[in-house]
Design a protein around this ligand. Sequence first.
Ligand SMILES: CC(C)(COP(=O)(O)OP(=O)(O)OC[C@H]1O[C@@H](n2cnc3c(N)ncnc32)[C@H](O)[C@@H]1OP(=O)(O)O)[C@@H](O)C(=O)NCCC(=O)NCCS
Length: 338
Amino acid sequence: MEITYIDPDDTTTLRLAFDLMQRAIQHDWPHSMPMDFRFYQASYQRGKPGSEHRYYLAREQGRPVGALTLGLNHKANLKSAFLDVFVDPDERRKGHGTAMLEFLYSEGRKAGRHTFYADTHTELDPDRKAEAPGFSFAQKHGFDIGLEVVNRIFEVTDLSADRERELTERAERSAAGDYELRSFIGHPPVDLKQAVAALTSTTMDEVPLGDLELESQKDSVADREHITETRLQSGVRPMYTVACHRETGELAALTLLFVYDRLPDVYQGLTIVTPRHRGHKLGLWVKMANLRLLRREAEYAQRIWTDNADVNAQMNAINAAMGFKPVDMVLEFQKKTE
Ligand SMILES: CC(C)(COP(=O)(O)OP(=O)(O)OC[C@H]1O[C@@H](n2cnc3c(N)ncnc32)[C@H](O)[C@@H]1OP(=O)(O)O)[C@@H](O)C(=O)NCCC(=O)NCCS
């Protein structure tokens, strides 16, 4: 097998890897949000401050058989590497996945990484986990499940106007006296930049991570601007609604949707309420307001995808109230080699 690094500007090879990955995803993970090549390429070309991603194509006698990626953080998780391994559905059970994994271990170790992370999708029914090739493959290679995540879909038209009003009013009654909402698209307004960067940097400290031993990577305002600019340049609009505490002006809650240019599928990014401001229905309030923003600004949006830890009771309760329906599970694996 020959594994070659893909130059971010080599569109032809990157497209081969992308198409192969899409074939594997459609084959194994039918409940996955469609991916956009424009964004895939732009995020690879522009990179992410403090992180490094390397994409590779695996060939057997010149024929593409696998797509693989290695992710390294340089500000946190300095002993960890994040792996993706996709084998073409017609090329399975020939040892390609194993050879690709060995290659990624070796590249990771060269960068001083000894804990490896990977993920795969499985059916919702826990008894059917073993049917997923990715699960058997990860078990065979000594990975442990660190976190179980439920993948859910919300069809925008499923929420009746009455139910939407009822949920909004329920949140408003609890929150509107002490907090005010602000919505924006793309870069945060100047007075919120610092607070948004600080709040989004607490994600890994605040979301349930199960047994995954991951640290938060702190993003500066400049890092956030770079990330947002990459999204905007590749046709992805980040839509935010935040809640600010009236008395102190503090940023208390934030929710974020990624809206792809003219695509019906929208991805739910982070929703977070700071510990000090929990218990006021701010999570529900910002999500309902962001849904109104989405309807106004992207009338072509049909569904929102979200993935939350199975154990994240508060977030799951909000999603269930809105009408998000579970479609499959994502298993996050971890393997320590030292
Ligand atoms: C998982 C995946 C990469 C495996 O690729 P592969 O080339 O078939 O893997 P290998 O041939 O190296 O398999 C190694 C071992 O894993 C296990 N395994 C792999 N696929 C399996 C399956 N469908 N059922 C049961 N065991 C399986 C077996 O123990 C296998 O050894 P064996 O063939 O000698 O029994 C491939 O199925 C895939 O791309 N799936 C979608 C993406 C994914 O889930 N990636 C893995 C994330 S951890």
